[in-house]
Design a protein around this ligand. Structure first.
Ligand SMILES: C[S@@+](CC[C@H](N)C(=O)[O-])C[C@H]1O[C@@H](n2cnc3c(N)ncnc32)[C@H](O)[C@@H]1O
Length: 432
């Protein structure tokens, strides 16, 4: 019997929400069991359920007296997979219902067949009601915006005029951005290659030259992907290498480097660095750095180490340091909707302490006159502006360098979907 995609999706969502596992670990394992287009559908179902989890659970609660517990929990997620299809996809209702019902077999929950049928038919009927949108608009915020309430409060406090826009942006499907390897082609040349390959381009970012595609495509269809001409990287992440502004002869440190996107970008832009050192605390993640360096034919010294200590350091000061700090990843929820359910309110303070420790430690490895670029893919002030404010107040040899001419804030906070980019934060510090 062919593998049932809905059953795999239900298992993945169960592993993330109930077991606290990361979707980036679970999804590839499930995708390995299916072929071709089904990989895309499986991803769509998992992402969809995790994006709209509270709203889907609310719908289910309206139609079911008792929640499914214990061994029946996978069945709970299977029903959510069904509701997601009916509410948010173009899959014809009859196919969504019959495929979801069929998934009860591999999940060994045949007893749910009738229930799933009934729930999904009810959802269809409710959607067709005239006041469906009116009712949805009156729901409590965590259901209406499909985010945990602690996070909604934080976003409301930090962005009183933009919080709804931010939460809605997190529910969108992210665009595909490309980074041209300037060692092979300039952007104009690569745009011509994309045109020849009939891959339409939506825009080119004027600061970083990042290319945004109209539609996501399989990387193997991108001209020269295997030969390292091109990489996939969000437009916001591509600002790092430009802002760091490395020069030939520089000694550079990327101190939270895995999987190596920014390390490779820096090397692509500055071929004659004296040395590039890439460290990360997780050995397994450093394998990805090695893979990326190899595909792009680049080289760096790669060390498994804790950036909050100096044990790994050989005593040579750095001209430029990139600190792409471990963070809440609240700026990239549209790419990783599981973050909403894996991250807890209490994590933020712990992360802020770790960020401050790393920042303090690596500041001492920077040459006088050198530049440190602090980056996070977070939108929370505790990890960004407040972090840099505190650092500046405690270190009078640190000077903030404005990133844009019109910059009045401390650092540059990019909000999710601003100029189509991920949520990101950058602050540039110069050592006096
Ligand atoms: C935001 S990711 C880095 C992404 C990377 N710069 C890129 O562009 O591909 C943060 C990284 O920090 C690493 N990390 C967490 N704590 C660390 C520590 N104490 N020392 C060094 N690396 C750490 C994590 O393993 C993770 O790979």
């Amino acid at each position: 019997m062919a593998t049932n995609i809905r059953a795999l999706a239900a298992r993945c969502c169960f592993a993330v929400v109930d077991k606290g596992r990361s979707l980036s670990d679970e999804l590839p394992k499930a995708q390995a069991k299916v072929e071709g287009k089904d990989k895309g559908l499986l991803q769509e179902l998992c992402y969809g359920v995790l994006r709209y989890l509270p709203a889907l659970e609310y719908d289910l609660r309206q139609l079911m007296d008792k929640p499914l517990k214990g061994k029946q929990r996978v069945g709970h997620f299977l029903i959510l997979v069904g509701i997601y299809q009916v509410k948010h996809t173009r899959i014809p209702d009859h196919a969504a219902v019959s495929e979801t019902v069929a998934a009860t077999k591999p999940l060994k929950c045949d007893f749910l067949r009738g229930l799933i049928n009934g729930v999904l038919r009810n959802i269809q009927r409710n959607l067709a009601k005239e006041d469906a949108a009116e009712i949805a608009a009156k729901l409590p915020d965590p259901i209406k915006y499909s985010h945990p309430s602690w996070f909604i409060k934080k976003v409301q406090n930090a962005y009183p005029d933009q919080w709804q826009e931010i939460l809605n942006a997190n529910l969108e499907r992210p665009p595909m951005w490309l980074r041209v390897n300037q060692r092979h082609h300039n952007v104009t040349e690569y745009l011509a290659l994309l045109e020849q390959a009939e891959i339409p381009v939506a825009l080119v970012d004027d600061k970083s030259s990042a290319i945004k595609l109209v539609n996501a495509v399989d990387v193997n269809k991108l001209p020269g992907f295997i030969d390292g001409w091109i990489s996939v990287q969000d437009g916001a992440a591509q600002q790092a290498a430009t802002l760091l502004d490395t020069q030939a002869g520089d000694v550079v440190l990327d101190c939270c480097a895995a999987p190596g996107g920014k390390t490779c970008h820096i090397l692509e832009l500055t071929p004659n660095l004296a040395k590039m050192t890439a460290i990360d605390i997780e050995e397994s993640r450093l394998l990805r750095v090695a893979e990326n360096l190899s595909r792009l034919n680049l080289s760096a010294e790669v060390i498994t180490a804790d950036a909050a200590s100096k044990e790994w350091w050989d005593g040579q000061l750095f001209d430029r340091i990139l600190l792409d700090a471990p963070c809440s990843a609240t700026g990239v929820i549209r790419r990783h909707p599981d973050i909403k359910w894996l991250r807890k309110a209490e994590d933020i303070e712990k992360l802020a302490i770790l960020q401050q420790q790393i920042l303090k430690n690596i500041w001492s490895l920077l040459k006088p006159g050198g530049t440190l670029l602090y980056a996070t893919c977070s939108i929370l002030p505790e990890e960004n502006i407040e972090q840099i404010e505190q650092f500046l107040s405690e270190n009078n040899n640190a000077k903030l360098v404005p990133i844009t001419n019109e910059q009045t804030d401390i650092g540059w906070q990019i909000l999710p979907n601003e100029q189509s980019m991920d949520g990101f934060y950058y602050a540039k510090l110069e050592k006096q």
